[in-house]
Design a protein around this ligand. Structure first.
Ligand code: CAA
Length: 259
């Protein structure tokens, strides 16, 4: 196991929680922190005791971007050779269980991109999203130019990336970037409640839904529908499908075993 410096990790019931914890730097994401994050998420992913994961930051900032002090001195050869930013940021793409981003305060640059790497975003009413990289003379480097247009339309994505303006929680929900807005003091409770609902479902079914929805970003409608159909058929091979349907017919709650 790994000793964590910049994140906090705990489980509550079947929900794993990772808290970004460099509050003095508004969770500016450094290399070490992203390595820790990937490690913690993959550990939860591999644990039979966890059915859903919540990723959060502090009250003031989910994350104010990649760490500018760490980037300022880098040159082209440095970033090219180390495949800077995506190298240890893309670990999160390997996580097969759902990850909910619980965002309060700033989610800027890499912070907004990290939130978008999660499966959905629950925003506190204090949340502010933005891609201000252009002000630093760089472009978004962890998916901002790719995930934003898919999430909020080309027009809004261009506006955000080109002007560096921030979007508040209301606008983010209207645009489809976040799934819901909750009062800031309820953020973690609401994120946990959502995660508990998911964690009580059939785990293989949950994972298939994540895999199938993500497929929509990678393929044509015809191929995506075929992919979905095959996974759908696969659910009929689980005991959880028998249990879920039997419970409905018997007018009781299902008890899923994840098999
Ligand atoms: N990197 C390094 N340090 C950061 C940081 C960042 N991205 N964001 C904030 N900090 C640090 C500040 O330097 C400051 O440190 P000191 O107290 O040691 O001076 C501390 O966090 C608190 O920040 P501020 O004093 O600036 O707080 P504020 O409330 O006045 O402003 C803010 C908040 C508007 C978020 C402002 O901090 C800010 O604009 N931050 C930078 C945002 C940004 O440009 N993010 C994109 C980074 S590039 C990127 O992410 C690349 C990519 O695509 C992956």
């Amino acid at each position: 196991s790994m000793q964590y410096e910049h994140i906090l990790v705990e489980t509550r019931g079947r929900v794993g929680l990772v808290t970004l914890n460099r509050p003095a730097a508004l969770n500016a994401l450094n290399d070490r922190q992203m390595e820790e994050l990937g490690h913690a998420l993959l550990a939860f992913d591999g644990s039979d005791d966890v059915g859903c994961i919540v990723l959060t930051g502090s009250e003031k900032a989910f994350a104010a971007g990649a760490d500018i002090t760490e980037m300022a001195g880098l040159n082209y050869a440095d970033v090219y050779k180390s495949d800077f930013i995506t190298r240890n940021w893309e670990q999160i793409r390997r996580v097969r269980k759902p990850v909910i981003a619980a965002v309060a305060g700033y989610a800027l640059g890499g912070g907004c991109e990290l939130a978008m790497m999660c499966d959905f975003i629950i925003a506190a009413d204090t949340a502010r999203f933005g891609q201000p990289e252009i002000k630093l003379g760089i472009i978004p480097g962890a998916g901002g130019t790719q995930r934003l247009p898919r999430a909020i339309s080309k027009s809004k994505a261009m506006d955000m990336c080109l002007t560096a303006r921030m979007m508040d929680a209301e606008e983010a929900e209207r645009a489809g970037l976040v799934s819901r807005i909750v009062p800031a003091d309820r953020l973690l409770d609401e994120a946990f409640a959502a995660a508990e609902v998911i964690a009580a479902m059939s785990l293989p079914t949950v994972m298939m839904i994540k895999e199938s929805v993500n497929r929509a970003y990678e393929t044509t409608l015809g191929e995506g529908l075929l992919f979905e159909r095959r996974l759908f058929h696969g659910t009929f091979a689980t005991e959880d499908q028998k249990e879920g349907m039997q419970a409905f017919l018997e007018k009781r709650l299902p008890s899923f075993k994840g098999v």
